[in-house]
Write a protein that binds this ligand. Sequence first.
Ligand code: SAM
Length: 291
Amino acid sequence: MAQNLTSPTTVRDILQSLDIKPSKALGQNFLVDRNILNILLKTAKLTPADHVIEIGPGLGAVTQELLKQTGGVTAIEKDRNLFAYLQHALGSHAGLSLHCADALDMHLGALVEQGSRVVVANLPYVAGSRILMEFAKAPTPPQRMIVTVQKEVGDRLTATPGTSEYGLLSLWIQLIYRTELIHTIPPTCFWPRPTVRSAIVQMIQHTESPALPYADAECLRTVSRYAFMHRRKQLAKLLSQTVQNPAQNKEAWQRVLSECNLDPHARPGALAPQDWRRLTTASLCNCHLSN
Ligand code: SAM
């Protein structure tokens, strides 16, 4: 593939020759800025020992660079026409494993277990946060993820407790990863131009604390999902109304929270990931929601 895939003219010409109109529903905003591509790759710090997962390879602008820098790439493209083009353009590359599928229908954790420990992608706006959540929920999450997402999603991925951006996405991702917003990207770096800005976000797995056992993490997700739906309620009351065993009433939950050095009157959005983790280990494991 000798074409310059970060040139807007080239991208437009290839799509036209394939009779493809960029689909909003598939978040098809192609990266047409070499500088941003370089920042994405530099941040990923890839080596030939890495095997990378890319969701949404599109015309292969990122893919062809990943193939040069790593030991292999597993790429998942939902658009059949783009998949066919990629198969023709890059299919002969021994390091490429190309799938035509909706990434959200795939067992993403299994790809990681098979040895792909890094995710690098210019994610489709429409599915970006769901894809990241699926990776983070896997029993073996990727060691690191370096992606472009909508700036607003980038803000949520890196949000601190107590801010309006801090929600389930922040909590679930930050439980596993140290997150950093590396670079803000203007709409002009994509074709067609989106209406909003984007960002490169880096997520690197924490090494200091071992991952929660899978069942505990599931429990944390169930309770926090409910809690963030009622984020104005105070924790002790909220937990007493929703979680069966071990502490049934508000006073019992107040004691549990105090023992975890947490304010029983705090609201769900005030708890940092490590607070949720402590609470889970102390009391939420094996819990059930009462409604
Ligand atoms: N990687 C290319 C680039 O940087 O120019 C294209 C990125 S574009 C933002 C997103 C790509 O993801 C498109 O190729 C789109 O068809 C694909 N896509 C959208 N939803 C998807 C899904 N659920 N699973 C897999 N691919 C998807």
